[in-house]
Design a protein. Structure first.
Length: 243
């Protein structure tokens, strides 16, 4: 049966006057938002991702990295006179790491490093942690500033930070080295944390996932959607209007 590739109706819409900025170069994160029907702008600050500190736990590092990316994007917007002080701008940044035995596996340096990572993961479980940082205008501080200064209060307006993370456990099938070498030769592992992409050719590596699949891909969409809906930053499309 042939697939129908017609555009799907939008699931969510941004709240009135809101503007979403995605601080990520990840095609899959862009796809998640596009499939929701949300319009967004892209920015990807160079060098924004920090290195792990000695002894830093993977979850703490991932949260710190997402926060750093979000603030770097805010700095770029401020340089373009598009800071959080102008309109209801929402900056969304995320970071994903693979961790095994408490060690953080980043992007491989080369093919041999990728093979070493995959060999270490083969036949066992590991954690994938994705953290999200949302920066949005803190209207409560703005109101306080207006009361104290007697003006618009824009000088007191600071971005509110919302940071959360989610962890899934991934189990690899015990693949022989020739199979892992064949996967490395595709070059797909080169720019992937842990040297694999579960949403592409690397899907065959995974025996099972405990937790959210979207977290493994790079964006915990369940928690993100719940938070955005709770804050009134996105709205269900087609929701009946209340009188």
């Amino acid at each position: 049966m042939a697939e129908n590739h017609a555009p799907r109706p939008a699931l969510f819409s941004l709240a009135p006057d809101c503007r979403l900025v995605l601080a990520s170069a990840s095609p899959r994160r862009r796809q998640f938002l596009a499939e929701w029907g949300l319009s967004f702008e892209l920015t990807s600050p160079a060098g924004a991702e920090p290195s792990p500190c000695p002894g830093e736990l993977p979850d703490a590092y991932t949260r710190r990295a997402a926060l750093a990316k979000a603030h770097a994007a805010a700095g770029l917007l401020a340089g373009k006179a598009q800071s959080l002080l102008h309109g209801k701008n929402i900056i969304l940044a995320a970071d994903t790491v693979v961790a095994v035995d408490g060690d953080i596996l980043g992007k491989p340096r080369d093919r041999q490093d990728a093979l070493n990572m995959l060999t270490r993961l083969s036949g066992r479980g590991h954690e994938v942690i994705s953290a999200v940082c949302l920066l949005l205008p803190d209207t409560r501080q703005a109101a306080t500033g207006a009361t104290q200064t007697g003006n618009t209060g824009s000088a007191a307006l600071k971005p509110e930070e919302l940071v959360f993370s989610d962890t899934s456990r991934v189990f690899f099938h015990p693949w022989p080295e020739p199979v892992l070498r064949a996967y490395v030769a595709t070059d797909e592992p080169c720019d992937k944390a842990g040297a694999y992409a579960i949403q592409r050719q690397g899907a065959f590596l995974v025996d099972r996932v405990e937790g959210s699949w979207s977290t493994v891909v790079g964006l915990p969409v369940t928690q993100l959607a719940a938070l955005l809906l709770e804050r009134g930053l996105i709205l269900p499309v087609g929701e009946p209007e209340t009188e």
